[in-house]
Write a protein that binds this ligand. Sequence first.
Ligand code: 6GU
Length: 230
Amino acid sequence: MDIHVISAFPQILAGALGESMLKRAQDRQIARIFLHDLRAFGIGKHKQIDDYSYGGGAGMILKPEPIFACVESVRKQHQVDCALTYLTPAGKVFKQKDAVELSFRKQLFFLCGHYKGVDQRVLDQLVGEELSIGDYVLTGGEIAALAVVDAVVRLLPGVLNDIDSADTDSFQTGLLDHPHYTRPEVFRGVGVPEVLLSGDHQAVQRWRDEKSIEITRQKRTDLYEKYIEL
Ligand code: 6GU
């Protein structure tokens, strides 16, 4: 999968992309992730990318020219023909099922807003989809883009060690995950549940399923209601 991200602050993404699973996915050439610095397409000597909002009011707006130039350059240089996704709190809220859907695509193309947002002509003429990662406001789309990229890339075959590790995820199943224990068997006087030491795989599976349901009912009544409807 090829993933392109346009940002005025690509270094916010660069650090996270160089660690752990996102690094592994790139090292194994399962995902190629390209960061495109909007500043490189800035206007004039100062490489200006933002400006005041017509009509007044606080907050800067990302100018259209650098974004159009950057998007057109990426499409041409990298043969990108997929829709451009803008990360914004006004977008559709990103869910696990969206991560699964995006994981089947060959190319992803993201635009991170910053400051008060982008000129409306960018949204009207360049943007195909809008995504939000939840009902709160971030300073920019970079952390949201990272969340989306991370959720998608870990689903790509070969990224996770355990083949079925993504299938048993919270939300993939519609339920929250059950508790996990590792060594030592007793830690500060608290032992591991007996059934996990029993070697009875069916009993272990039953315990895990029951715990998942119980935890979901306690912590996320909304998910639990949906689960019992199915
Ligand atoms: Cl995608 N962007 C910003 N700036 N804030 C957000 C968001 C996105 N999703 C939730 N909050």
